[in-house]
Design a protein around this ligand. Structure first.
Ligand SMILES: C[S@@+](CC[C@H](N)C(=O)[O-])C[C@H]1O[C@@H](n2cnc3c(N)ncnc32)[C@H](O)[C@@H]1O
Length: 262
């Protein structure tokens, strides 16, 4: 009996020695992961607290890198029902209009209230101007940075309307690769629209307009594409700085409305 117990203990010791290294490494890994997870958790909490403070106190400068992920309408208004996005705020005419909850744009599109309007601008001077103008409006969020990068923070089925009014056309042939409104962009953005969600694009540049339509034909998503002579008033939108500028020069305006059908 004593001999058997002795043999068992020797075997156990031998096995423990054999697996000691593996057990210790696993334990170390586990402790390291737990530590890393705690650090990330604290950082994430601090980041969120900072973002919420920034969102609450709208006098601060807010860049796209300070936004939370996922970026949804309820980050500004807890019970928000709709999300409207603009890329290229310019002088902020759309933000000014949407500051009024009874604006004609939302009425025409039946956008449910309360809604949140996030407008991205990467020219600091313009961003500051829009941020100053809309400081009092709790449902308007001007953001500094690349609007196309910001869209990556938005989850699927979240956007009611996306406005891209007079995007830079990158008219030189060698710059065409910089055009963001290509098939790859549409493939990524359409799932982020709610069913019946829309994208409105306006441009004065016929070649860019054709380029966008060509790229839209390459995608397989279920969308309805309507083209029209862009007239902001008919959509309930304001005449923006660039619209007025090109109007004076007698330019034509091309509009594209993309509606997600399912
Ligand atoms: C031609 S202006 C049009 C401005 C305004 N939408 C209008 O209709 O008057 C283009 C604006 O978009 C901004 N912009 C261009 N690309 C952008 C991007 N990727 N992210 C944010 N803003 C952008 C530019 O800084 C500029 O103010």
């Amino acid at each position: 009996m004593i001999l058997k117990t002795n043999r068992f203990l020797t075997n156990l010791l031998h096995k423990t020695q054999k697996y000691k290294y593996i057990i210790l490494t696993a334990l170390k890994e586990y402790l390291w992961l737990a530590k890393a997870r705690t650090i990330w958790y604290i950082r994430w909490k601090l980041f969120n607290a900072k973002t919420h403070a920034l969102l609450k106190n709208k006098s601060n400068f807010l860049s796209i890198y300070q936004l939370p992920k996922p970026l949804t309408a309820d980050i500004l208004i807890p019970k928000a029902r709709s999300l409207i996005i603009e890329i290229g705020s310019g002088h902020g005419e759309v933000a000014n209009l949407l500051a009024d909850p009874n604006n004609p744009f939302c009425q025409k599109l039946n956008i449910s209230r309360p809604y949140v309007f996030v407008t991205a601008e990467y020219t600091k001077k313009f961003y500051k101007k829009v941020a100053k103008k809309t400081k009092q409006s709790k449902h308007i969020l001007p953001v500094y940075g690349d609007g196309y990068k910001m869209l990556k923070l938005i989850p699927q089925n979240a956007i009611d309307a996306l406005l891209i009014l007079f995007p830079d056309p990158w008219h030189k042939k060698r710059h065409h690769k910089r055009r963001p409104l290509n098939a790859r962009f549409f493939i990524k953005i359409i799932p982020k629209l709610k069913p019946k969600g829309i994208i409105i694009i306006a441009t004065d540049h016929k070649e860019y307009y054709d380029y966008i339509l060509y790229n839209l034909k390459l995608i397989k998503h279920r969308v309805e594409i309507a083209t029209f002579d862009y007239n902001p008033t008919s959509l309930g939108l304001p005449q923006t700085h660039y619209y007025k500028k090109w109007s004076k020069l007698g330019k034509s305006f091309y509009g594209i409305k993309i509606t997600k059908t399912i």
